[in-house]
Design a protein around this ligand. Structure first.
Ligand code: ASP
Ligand code: MG
Length: 400
């Protein structure tokens, strides 16, 4: 079997953990498998690099940020190769250039386009464990790029797809995918399996387990993913195709406090306004999530939308630079999204109503609502997020 194993920052945070990961990989290697390992930077090293950069320049050029970021992952893979060699197993570390992993040009938010697999195959044939830097790519200018925070998951799935791996294991500091974040909802339960679509919604909604683009890729190429803990040997959660799992209506509840609401008040009520607003935002790569447009009155209307907190200020700047025909624009960062996700809800009426009832029972006001086939999301006050998650989790009896 060819197995891609990805370990996040906490799993390689110190010497003991590096050796722990090395041993886990060596077990598979000694069982005769081909092993490709993808690593993140150690612990919170990426955050430390950001602090260092901002201490020098509060608005560092994105290209230079990527140049800086890549050393975090490069450090992990080199140390890991040393650990494996120390344990008597041949291993080799490779960065994005050496592989090579080609990406789009956008610094800080690049997408992988193509991965050359020859070098990795060659090293595997020589019976080496191959350790690859997560998070990074190279663009057509031969510059380093990065895939966005948490992007190493995506590197792992992309490699698994390119190498036609038998499975892609994502090791993290939790046992798998839960019905809710166990730090926020104590009686949350681990799921044995979720569908790609469910995981995609959960990841996008800030379940915090997987980089959402890794799930998109896994779905597209049918990569079998397993999310499991690097600290114990429990089975984890399988992410795979198919529909409804465990005969459950709702599989999980997600909360995302990194949400801001931007409201543009008094726009002209005429054709093309929404297009112009969101086109301007799209040109600046600002990701929009929920959108609400008010009923027009006296020739004007309001448009509000949500985005992550960092993008909110930039959104305001873009709107102010491109438009003058509105009354006011306002940002509220004290909001959070709470969502329920489940492949089973497509064919069941009343799921949304049940969620709203749970919030009503807890006296929590809903400020915006959006839905997809397998998800219902509400925007509420940020300080009520955990209480809302608990109430909804209980309402659907997800802990049982
Ligand atoms: N080291 C990067 C980050 O902290 C990438 C990753 O961990 O996946 O975002
Ligand atoms: Mg992560």
């Amino acid at each position: 079997m060819l197995i891609v194993k990805k370990f996040g920052g906490t799993s390689v945070a110190n010497k003991e953990r590096i050796f722990n990961v090395a041993r886990r990989c060596i077990e598979d290697y000694q069982a005769g498998h081909d092993v490709v390992v993808v690593l993140s930077a150690m612990g919170k090293y990426t955050d430390e690099l950001i602090d260092m950069a901002k201490d020098i320049n509060e608005l560092p050029p994105k290209r230079e940020m990527d140049m800086l970021f890549t050393i975090g992952e490069q450090m992990s893979v080199a140390l890991m190769a040393m650990a494996m060699n120390k344990l008597g197993v041949p291993a080799i570390s490779l960065n994005a250039f050496q592989v090579a992993m080609h990406s789009t040009s956008v610094y800080g938010n690049a997408r992988l386009k193509r991965i050359d697999s020859e070098r990795i195959r060659h090293e595997l044939e020589a019976r080496k464990i191959v350790i690859v830097t997560g998070f990074q790519g190279i663009n057509k200018y031969d510059d380093y790029t990065t895939l966005g925070r948490g992007g190493s998951d995506t590197t792992a799935v992309a490699l698994a797809a390119a190498l036609h791996a038998d499975k892609c294991e994502i090791y993290t500091d939790v046992d798998g995918v839960y019905t809710a974040d166990p730090r926020k909802v104590p009686n949350a339960r681990k799921l044995d399996a979720v569908t790609y679509d469910e995981m995609l919604e959960l990841a996008t909604l800030g379940a915090g387990v997987l980089h959402n683009r890794s799930v998109e890729l896994a779905k597209k190429y049918g990569v079998r993913m397993v999310v499991r803990s690097s600290l114990n040997t429990s089975e984890g959660t399988v992410v795979r195709g198919g529909s409804k799992m465990e005969k459950m209506l709702v599989s999980g509840v997600a909360g995302d406090a990194d949400t801001a609401r931007v409201a543009i008040v008094g726009l002209k009520d005429e054709p093309g306004v929404a297009f112009k607003v969101f086109n301007a935002l799209a040109k600046h790569n600002i990701n929009i999530d929920m959108i609400l447009q008010s009923v027009g009155r006296k020739g004007t209307k309001d448009i509000s939308f949500t985005t992550n907190e960092e993008s909110a200020e930039e959104a305001v700047k873009v709107i102010n630079e491109n438009f003058s025909d509105f009354e006011s624009i306002d940002v509220d960062k004290k909001v959070a999204k709470v969502s329920i996700v489940g492949a089973g809800m497509q064919s069941n009426a009343g799921v949304a109503a049940k969620m709203f009832e749970a919030l009503y029972d807890s006296n929590i006001n809903i400020r915006m609502i959006s839905t997809s086939e397998i998800r219902v999301t509400v925007l509420i006050d940020e300080d009520k997020m955990e209480r809302a998650m608990g109430a909804v989790h209980d309402k659907f009896a997800l802990g049982e």
